[in-house]
Structure formats: structure tokens, C-alpha cells
Design a protein around this ligand. Structure first.
Ligand code: AP5
Ligand code: MG
Ligand code: ZN
Length: 216
């Protein structure tokens, strides 16, 4: 059973590797960032609550985020595994997740931690383009779409994320450093973490992930 978390700083490649993992292992991809962005574009109540945080690069409050994941993880399609991308991001979220997954019998089996130095992240973020419809992410140099500016999967014109400015990135990195990084120790204690070098090519990172999963 693969009940997975993928973590790492902004731009580490969580979304990129998630696409490959969910295709190879046939499990749902649960990205809180994607869920918030979808809610914002649909102008739902959740979207209205989350919008200003996301735009500035700050974390959305725990009570909103935890509620969202609880609902999603309890759904039927998560019974044979799942991949959490971008959650948990605080100790409180990690504790809530531990309690919930115990309660519903879906405990985390592995935490993939993509290790990257901060200097490389700015280039990845500034040259990223994303599909507003299916969430796929591209890069102007390292992951070009087949047709310039168009999503390979759903042919939607690509856009830049609103929080992919250098100013918002600073805030995101700061939030990562202060609130999310302590989770590495949290999961080390639970013996769940697998560190993977996120600076390798996209295919090499994925090959390390597969090795980690198959060793389980
Ligand atoms: P979220 O959407 O999770 O953003 P993030 O953590 O900042 O991470 P990114 O999506 O920017 O990066 P990624 O690691 O997915 O990188 P990618 O694969 O795209 O969260 C956004 C916001 O939502 C937060 O700031 C917060 O406000 C809110 N939020 C979400 N979850 C929350 C939570 N739990 N609690 C509170 N608030 C929450 O890759 C980046 C680029 O690099 C791409 O262009 C890609 O093509 C390229 N690339 C990837 N891998 C490689 C490689 N190996 N080599 C070369 N290029 C590569
Ligand atoms: Mg992402
Ligand atoms: Zn698309």
C-alpha cells in the first residue's frame, strides 16, 4: 500500500514528480495548493478565504487546510493509497493527519523529501508555466511543452502562477523554513522519511523515488 507524502521547498519538484507517481502507481494526487487554486478560480467560499494568503505566499490557516484534507482523504478513492503534495506543512497539520489516518486506517507509509538548495529554486519558479485547467507544470528550459505555451494534456494555454513572483517566493521560502522544515525531524522520528536529491534531472529523481517505493 502506498500512502505517501511528498515534501520539499517551493519549486523542489513536488508537482512534477507527483504527476509521474500517480500515473505509475494509480493513486489519487491530493495537492492542497491545486485544490486552493481551483477554488479561487471557481470563486467558491473556500477560494475567497484562501486567496489573499496564496497570492502573498503565506500559509493558509491550519483550520481551513486541515478540514479540506480530512474530507478528501476520507473519500473512497483513497482506500488503496494516496499521494499528499503540499500537506502537511505545519506540525499541527502533521499531528492532525496522524490522528485522522489512524482513525480511518489509512496511515502514512512513506514521506518523500525532495532536497534542494535555495539558490536553484528561484530559476525553477521564475521559468515555470502551469496549466490552469489540469494543474500540469512546465519549465521554459527543462520541461518544455510540445507546443509552446500550450498544455500537452488538455491543450489549455499555459499561465504563470500568481505567487511565482520573487517577492512571494521570499515569503514562501520563509514559511517553509519556519513552519515546514521542522516536519523533517517529526517524520524522522517516525522512521518514515526518505531523502531524495531533488537537484538531479526529472527522470533521475523519479528513478530514485521508484527505488524507495519498491524497497518498501
Ligand atoms: P503549493 O502549490 O504547494 O506550492 P509550493 O509548495 O510553493 O510548491 P510549488 O508548487 O511552487 O513547487 P513544486 O515543488 O510543486 O515544484 P514543481 O514540480 O512545480 O502551495 C501554494 C500555496 O498554497 C502556499 O504558498 C500556501 O499559501 C497554500 N497552501 C498549500 N498547501 C498548504 C498547507 N498545507 N497549509 C497552508 N497553506 C497551504 O517544479 C517547479 C519548476 O521546476 C517547474 O517549472 C518544473 O518543470 C521544474 N522542475 C521540477 N523538477 C525539476 C528537475 N528535477 N530539474 C529541472 N527542473 C525541474
Ligand atoms: Mg506544486
Ligand atoms: Zn492541462
Amino acid at each position: 500500500m502506498h500512502n505517501l507524502i511528498i515534501m520539499g521547498p517551493p519549486g523542489a519538484g513536488k508537482g512534477t514528480q507527483s504527476e509521474k507517481i500517480v500515473a505509475a502507481y494509480n493513486i489519487p494526487h491530493i495537492s492542497t495548493g491545486d485544490m486552493f487554486r481551483e477554488a479561487i478560480s471557481k470563486k467558491t467560499e473556500l477560494g475567497t478565504k484562501a486567496e489573499s494568503y496564496i497570492k502573498s505566499g503565506a500559509l493558509v490557516p491550519d483550520e481551513i487546510t486541515i478540514g479540506l484534507v480530512k474530507e478528501r482523504l476520507s473519500m473512497d478513492d483513497c482506500k488503496n493509497g494516496y499521494l499528499l503534495d503540499g500537506f502537511p506543512r505545519t506540525i499541527l497539520q502533521a499531528e492532525a493527519l496522524r490522528d485522522l489516518t489512524k482513525e480511518i486506517g489509512r496511515e502514512v507509509t512513506l514521506v518523500i523529501n525532495l532536497v534542494c538548495d535555495y539558490e536553484s529554486l528561484a530559476g525553477r519558479i521564475s521559468q515555470r508555466r502551469v496549466c490552469p485547467k489540469c494543474g500540469a507544470s512546465y519549465h521554459l528550459v527543462t520541461k518544455k511543452p510540445e507546443v509552446e505555451g500550450i498544455c500537452d494534456n488538455c491543450k489549455t494555454p499555459l499561465i504563470q502562477r500568481e505567487d511565482d513572483t520573487m517577492e512571494a517566493l521570499k515569503t514562501r521560502l520563509n514559511a517553509y523554513e519556519m513552519k515546514t522544515k521542522p516536519l523533517i525531524e517529526f517524520y524522522e522520528k517516525e522512521n518514515l522519511i526518505k531523502n531524495i536529491d531533488g537537484l538531479q534531472s526529472i527522470d533521475d529523481v523519479f528513478s530514485d523515488i521508484k527505488k524507495a517505493l519498491e524497497g518498501k
